[in-house]
Write a protein that binds this ligand. Structure first.
Ligand code: CA2
Length: 152
């Protein structure tokens, strides 16, 4: 079966434990269940991952690019966390792997501090979902699936 990857960057393992006023009170395990449900509804297998380590995320992006090329995956929904605002390496990984990525942020980063307004990921993303809370995850899976079906 074709799969979709949902990738989460640093500190997202803390989701639901702190800062509920910014990120809500849903845990990452519950987000995984929501993604599982949406992927299943679309006839996709889900791979759901989180890491606090940039190199690990780069390796997963390279692997995901190979899976897309092999016809086994439609691409990735990616919440890069704070790497969004700092990482040229992750930008280069997505570009180099030619991985179709929907960049996702739980919070509306544009309503927050100035340093969150710039993203190194957006220029290499196919689409961006921002500010829908954790509902953005199933929305982004759906959007990536629709782009894939259109062949675009
Ligand atoms: O809004 C988002 O999804 C972010 O990608 C979350 C990142 C932040 O650095 C980005 O600017 C926007 C932070 C993820 C850390 O999440 C936490 C959750 C609960 C408690 C502490 C951190």
């Amino acid at each position: 079966m074709t799969s979709v990857l949902v990738l989460n960057g640093p500190n997202l393992n803390l989701l639901g434990t702190r800062k509920p006023e910014v990120y809500g009170s849903t845990s990452l395990a519950d987000v995984e269940k929501m993604c599982e449900q949406e992927a299943g509804r679309l006839g996709l297998d889900l791979t759901f991952r989180q890491s606090n380590h940039e190199g690990q995320l780069i390796d997963w992006i390279h692997e995901a690019g190979r899976e897309v090329k092999a016809g086994n995956s439609i691409g990735a929904v990616y919440n890069p966390g704070a790497h969004t605002h700092t990482s040229v390496a992750l930008h280069d990984a997505i570009e180099g792997a030619e991985l179709p990525v929907i960049e996702l942020h739980i919070s509306n980063v544009h309503k927050r501090e100035e340093f969150r307004h710039h993203s190194f990921i957006s220029p290499v993303a196919r689409g961006i979902v921002v500010g829908f809370g954790v509902l953005g995850y199933p929305l982004a899976i759906n959007g990536l699936h629709q782009l894939f079906q259109q062949g675009s």
